[in-house]
Design a protein around this ligand. Structure first.
Ligand code: AMP
Length: 190
């Protein structure tokens, strides 16, 4: 199974992706986690990415696409994977389509974790009180939301047009959202 989890930063898709990947025995690929690991290791990629991430901007498409090209060829991806936080622009989605086509593969589905912006902002404010991520100042978070609306949200229509979009209501508790996610996939099998 190859799937993309889409949603605003703070909608909870990372938590759901981790759990669903484990249950399905497939890889969880979070570009945000990969970039944070690169920053922590002090690699050339990390040095390049840190400033951009701290500023709430998107890392260049080319860099992210290379990361995904490489990561999806690793052994743990053989049974499939969840892409969490990628693609984030139409250009990235197109690069993903080209990559999959070249490999004679395709996406099974794209799941949108649907959450009203006010609720996203409420959750992020809460997260700031319990976690300290260097890219999580209030100003940066607002910028990330704006960038999501401008650059990532167009992917909703992009994947809807391709007939692969599933929408999951992300407003409930972690368990409620997870059940909705399972149902969305069960409905596919019917
Ligand atoms: P995330 O943990 O997914 O919210 O990502 C944290 C930060 O990493 C983002 O604000 C971006 O700066 C960067 N990032 C993660 N994924 C991507 C991507 N697909 N394209 C560009 N930048 C990304």
């Amino acid at each position: 199974m190859k799937t993309v989890f889409l949603g605003a930063p703070g909608a909870g898709k990372g938590t759901q992706a981790k759990r669903f990947a484990q249950a399905q025995g497939i890889a969880h690929i979070s570009t945000g986690d990969m970039l944070r690991a690169a920053v922590a290791s002090g690699s050339a990629l990390g040095l390049q990415a840190k400033k951009i991430m701290d500023d709430g901007q998107l890392v260049p498409d080319k860099l992210i696409v290379e990361l995904i090209e490489e990561r999806t060829q690793q052994a743990d991806c053989r049974r499939g994977y969840i892409l969490d936080g990628f693609p984030r622009t139409v250009e990235q989605a197109e690069a993903l389509a080209v990559m999959l086509e070249r490999r004679k593969e395709s996406l099974d589905s794209v799941v949108l974790f649907d959450l009203a912006e006010e609720e996203v902002l409420r959750r992020l404010a809460y997260r700031r009180t319990v976690e300290s991520r260097s890219d999580d100042s209030e100003e940066t978070q607002l910028k990330r939301q704006r960038i999501y609306q401008e650059q990532t949200a167009p992917l909703i229509q992009y994947y809807r047009d391709q007939g692969v979009l599933k929408v999951v209501d992300a407003a409930g508790t972690i368990d409620q959202v997870y059940s909705a996610l399972e149902q969305a996939f069960a409905a596919q099998g019917r």
